[in-house]
Ligand binder design. Structure first.
Ligand code: ZN
Length: 349
C-alpha cells in the first residue's frame, strides 16, 4: 500500500525532496510493535508465523529503520529529544516459549533489541507454552528489556463480589508491585513499564501508575510522540491478518499526530456509541486530510473549533462487544506516510 502511495507522490527529483522533507518532519515520533506468539500452531488472533516475523525484521532492516530499546524510545519522547527518521521498538506480551525458540534467534541475527512484558504467575507455575525463568534470564543477559504484565494477567477492570473501590484498586497495585519485585529478583531489571493485560485500563488505574512512577502501554494502534499519554501509550498489534507485511509496513512508517484526548477521561463506557473529543495541533495538516474510522466505517466528524483543532467524533455504529476503538489517520503530503491515532473503548459489563 505504501509503495502505491509513494508512486502516486513521487516523480524523479521531486520524490527525493519529498523524502528529505519527510525525514525532518518524522524525527519526533516512533512506533511500538506488539507481538505475542511467533508460531503457526497458536491462536491466529495472537500469533504471527515465523515466516512473516522474519519478513517484518527484513523490511525494517532493508528500509533503514532504527530499532531501538523501548526505554530509549520512551526517554527520548519524554525529554522531547529528536529521534531517527524511522524509529521502532519491538515488544512481546505474556512470555510465550515461541519467543525464546523462534523469535530470539532471528532478533539476534538482525541485532535488534526487544522487550518482554511478562506475567509472573504462569512462569512461576512453569505453565505449558511459557518461557522458564532460566530462559528469561538468558534473553535478559542478551540485552532484552524485561517489563511488567502483572502477576496473574487479570482483567484489571473486573471487580470481585463485594469488593469496594479502594480494595479493587489496592488489588491492582499489589499485582503491579509484586510482579515488578519478582522480575527484579529473577532478572535484576526494573523499568517500571506496565503493559495492561488485554489493553484494558481506566482513569483510576492510570492515576495509580503515576503515583507508583510507572509508564503504561495499551493495545490500541497508533504512533507515539511528545504529546502522547504516557500512561496509555499505543502499540500496533501484529497478529493474524494485521501481521501481513502489506498492511504492517504502513504502520511501521506511521507518524504521531500532535493530539490531546479531551473526552473521554477514561476508555470505560456503557454507551453503545460513545463520542470522543480531540484537540489536534494541526501543524500544517488541513482538517480535510484527517479521516476517522470505526471498524472500517467512516466516523461522523465535526470540527467544533477549527482554529483550536477541536474535533468531535460520533460513532458510525453501535457496539455490543467488550473492546473497540476509533482510529484517526491523516496522510502526510510531504512524506506520504500516515499520521495515526486511536481512541480505545472498553465496556466491561
Ligand atoms: Zn497479555
Amino acid at each position: 500500500m505504501i509503495i502505491e502511495i509513494r508512486h502516486a507522490y513521487c516523480a524523479g527529483v521531486l520524490c527525493l525532496s519529498i523524502a528529505l522533507t519527510g525525514m525532518l518532519a518524522a524525527a519526533n515520533s516512533g512506533v511500538v510493535l506488539l507481538y505475542h506468539h511467533v508460531a503457526n500452531e497458536t491462536p491466529p488472533s495472537t500469533s504471527i508465523s515465523p515466516e512473516e516475523f522474519h519478513a517484518h525484521l527484513d523490511y525494517l532492516k532493508e528500509n533503514g529503520f532504527a530499532v531501538v530499546p523501548l526505554d530509549e524510545l520512551v526517554h527520548r519522547l519524554r525529554t522531547r529529544a529528536p529521534l531517527p527518521e524511522r524509529t521502532v521498538a519491538i515488544t512481546f506480551d505474556d512470555g510465550y516459549s515461541s519467543i525464546y525458540e523462534t523469535a530470539f534467534p532471528l532478533l539476534k541475527e538482525y541485532e535488534m533489541p526487544f522487550t518482554l512484558f511478562l506475567s509472573t504467575e504462569p512462569i512461576n507455575n512453569r505453565q505449558r507454552n511459557y518461557m522458564t525463568w532460566e530462559q528469561v534470564r538468558e534473553l535478559s543477559e542478551a540485552g532484552a528489556l524485561i517489563a511488567n504484565h502483572l502477576v496473574s494477567h487479570p482483567y484489571m477492570l473486573s471487580r470481585e463480589s463485594q469488593e469496594t473501590d479502594v480494595d479493587w484498586l489496592e488489588r491492582q497495585r499489589n499485582e503491579l508491585l509484586e510482579a515488578e519485585a519478582t522480575i527484579l529478583k529473577e532478572t535484576g531489571q526494573s523499568h517500571r513499564f506496565l503493559a495492561y493485560p488485554f489493553g484494558e485500563f481506566n482513569a483510576e488505574i492510570q492515576s495509580m501508575l503515576v503515583e507508583e512512577g510507572f509508564i503504561g502501554f495499551a493495545q490500541n494502534s497508533g504512533a507515539i510522540g511528545y504529546s502522547s499519554d504516557f500512561q496509555a501509550l499505543p502499540r500496533f498489534p501484529m497478529a493474524g491478518i494485521y501481521a501481513r507485511l502489506d498492511t504492517a509496513q504502513v504502520k511501521f512508517n506511521s507518524l504521531a499526530f500532535d493530539v490531546e484526548l479531551i473526552e473521554p477521561g477514561s476508555p470505560v463506557t456503557d454507551l453503545e456509541s460513545p463520542e470522543a473529543l480531540l484537540r489536534f495541533n494541526l501543524n500544517g495538516l488541513s482538517p480535510s486530510q484527517i479521516n476517522c474510522y470505526d471498524d472500517g466505517e467512516k466516523l461522523n466528524l465535526s470540527w467544533e473549533d477549527q482554529d483550536d483543532g477541536l474535533l468531535r467524533l460520533r460513532a458510525a455504529k453501535r457496539h455490543y462487544g467488550r473492546r473497540w476503538r476509533y482510529i484517526c489517520t491523516g496522510l502526510s503530503a510531504e512524506s506520504a506516510r500516515y499520521f495515526w491515532y486511536s481512541v480505545p473503548w472498553v465496556n466491561p459489563k
